[in-house]
Design a protein around this ligand. Structure first.
Ligand code: PLP
Length: 404
């Protein structure tokens, strides 16, 4: 399955060769956990053995570990249209959502509504609920259907908090348009780019987004548990009073002052000690993006998604597309099927790895970095065969595992 040609200048075959992919697996779950870049093991080994092993605590200065969250933040910033010094890496995405939301609410003290949509990932909504309880100032989380967001923005909205690409259906929000509408109503915006960073062209600066957050273990391929990132519009930095006032966001961490003073710029969104080994993996994973043209990537991602949708439509009448035709999508394709879990287990047993999202969604991610037409066609054939022969209808495919 190595038919990846060159298109629009990007050498897809060369990019694919930079990943370790197990034999005879069609991996359509890079949107959940990106595969291993071949450069990662050696880069992590260097940090473990040469830096940690030999430098010991001197690694913080000599290997520059303390600067990595800002330096790698800037490298991610280039993928999302951020200017330098506006993006920093650390913690998990749930934590970054909490920080961004708290900061935004404090910047709109007279308003009480956090507007989001039912396509948002639950942890984003849960973190909002927890923050509302902690603040205890009568905030309300208002969750509307994705199509109803634009109409629901009004003079009560403090913050519009959305995930740009719906994790279940793949629906893509128009970041620039919704941000402009939010701003016209006096609200701020938080964009969760978990399913967009590394999946499509993003321009947080051009869209005038106030906050953006995302994770690095999905399309950015930095490995399980890799840290998140947060972007804040530069002119807001100095106005932010951080909720999680950890020592590494302090103006002078090693002065060990008894009280907190926020650090300059985006530094104040840092919390505690960075995960150095995982950052080493992230650094190697980010090297791949130096050779990717995001316009080419987007065009090829949509072509692969269309090919899959077309193939499934022709051969699998039982699968219902999760998105109405003509709706803008991210880099994934989803279908509904009442036995979706069992169908996905049967697919995985054949080496076609996608995932299942309750209640009935079969989800397939298509990233041109390592997926081409041959994988799409193999996946269509496997789905069609499993449905035609009811190969999914076995007790072992119905037993739910902890991670779906
Ligand atoms: C994957 C994902 C998360 C995961 O958050 P973690 O804290 O990293 O576990 C959060 N939000 C969205 C929108 C996601 O897609």
């Amino acid at each position: 399955m190595r038919d990846h040609g060159t298109r629009g200048g990007t050498d897809w075959a060369a990019l694919r060769a930079r990943f370790h992919l197990p034999d005879s697996i069609v991996y359509l779950d890079g949107n959940s956990l990106g595969p291993l870049p071949r450069a990662v093991p050696e880069r992590v080994r260097r940090t473990v053995e040469d830096e940690w092993g030999e430098m010991l605590i001197r690694g913080w200065n000599e290997a520059g570990w303390m600067e990595w969250p800002a330096r790698l933040g800037d490298r991610i910033g280039r993928l999302i249209g951020a200017s330098g010094g506006a993006t920093v890496v650390g913690d998990t995405l749930s934590i970054k959502v909490y920080q961004a939301l708290d900061a935004a609410l404090r910047l709109r003290p007279g308003r009480r509504v956090i507007l989001s949509d039912s396509g948002n990932f639950p942890t984003d909504l849960y973190m909002a609920e927890g923050l509302i309880a902690a603040l205890d100032r009568g905030h309300e989380l208002r969750v509307v259907a994705p199509e109803a967001v634009a109409e629901a923005i009004d003079g009560d909205t403090a913050v519009l908090m959305l995930t740009q690409v719906d994790y279940r259906t793949g629906r893509l929000h128009d970041m620039a348009d919704l941000t402009a509408r939010a701003h016209a109503a006096g609200a701020l915006t938080i964009w969760d780019l978990a399913h967009s960073a590394g999946a499509l062209e993003i321009d947080v600066t051009g869209a005038d987004a106030d906050f953006a957050v995302g994770c690095t273990y999905k399309y950015l391929n930095a490995g399980p548990g890799a840290p998140a990132f947060v972007y804040v519009r530069p002119d807001l930095h100095d106005a932010i009073a951080p909720a999680l006032s950890g020592w590494l966001g302090h103006a002078a961490p090693f002065a060990f002052d008894p009280s907190y003073r926020p650090g300059p710029g985006i530094t104040r969104m840092r919390v505690g000690t960075p995960p150095v080994l995982q950052l080493a993996a992230l650094e190697a994973a980010l090297d791949i993006w130096d050779d990717v043209d995001m316009g080419d990537l987007r065009a090829r991602s949509l072509a692969l998604c269309d090919r899959f949708v077309g193939g499934v439509a022709a051969r699998c009448p039982d699968l219902v597309p999760a998105l109405p035709p003509g709706t803008a999508r991210g880099s994934q394709v989803s279908f509904r099927h009442p036995e979706g879990y069992a169908v996905m287990q049967a697919l995985i047993a054949r080496g076609v790895i996608g995932d299942f999202r309750a209640p009935d969604i079969l989800r397939f991610g298509f990233t041109p970095l390592f997926i081409g037409e041959a994988e799409v066609d193999a996946a269509v054939a496997a789905v069609a065969d499993i449905l035609e022969t009811a190969a999914w209808d076995r007790p072992e495919y119905r037993t739910r595992k902890a991670v779906t």
